[in-house]
Write a protein that binds this ligand. Structure first.
Ligand code: HEC
Length: 114
């Protein structure tokens, strides 16, 4: 009895760790992004290529995701004009989860699924 309780506690702990690691969902991003073609926002394949690494994207997120520091918006006028749309999404969904969001974007590009 005691032993199985300990096992239960250990399993619950592991479950908590695994859910917190995968807590960031890219589901809301799908409204405007796809992996390999531009929709409302740029294709995530292009985003990943421009930033080069999760760390580089997380860094720009953590610095407040300023339009001048965004690699796509700062070089593509079409997207610069729509930067405020993404700012709203950033404030709502990404702020406070910068590392997880960058990781989720690169993982989606790698697996081809978001
Ligand atoms: C309502 C539409 C919309 C949603 C939802 C949305 N985006 Fe965007 N996103 C845009 C638009 C428009 C741009 C282009 C403007 C820009 O780059 O700032 C963009 C650009 C981006 C960029 C590139 C920024 C740059 O210029 O370098 C990243 C990274 C990004 N989105 C991540 C996300 C993530 C992660 C989510 C989900 C949490 C998300 N977006 C949800 C519209 C959206």
């Amino acid at each position: 009895m005691k032993k199985s309780f300990k096992l239960f506690v250990a399993a619950a702990g592991l479950l908590a760790i695994s859910t917190s690691a995968s807590a960031f969902s890219t589901a809301p991003c799908k409204a405007c992004h796809a992996i390999d073609h531009d929709v409302v926002g740029p294709a995530w394949k292009r985003v990943a290529a421009k930033y080069g690494s999760e760390a580089a994207l997380a860094k720009v997120f953590k610095a407040g995701f300023k339009v001048d520091e965004r690699k796509i918006a700062s070089t593509e006028p079409k997207f610069k004009r729509q930067a405020s749309i993404m700012t709203g999404q950033f404030n709502h969904l990404i702020k406070g989860h910068e590392d997880e969001a960058a990781k989720a974007l690169f993982a989606a590009v790698k697996s081809g699924k978001m």
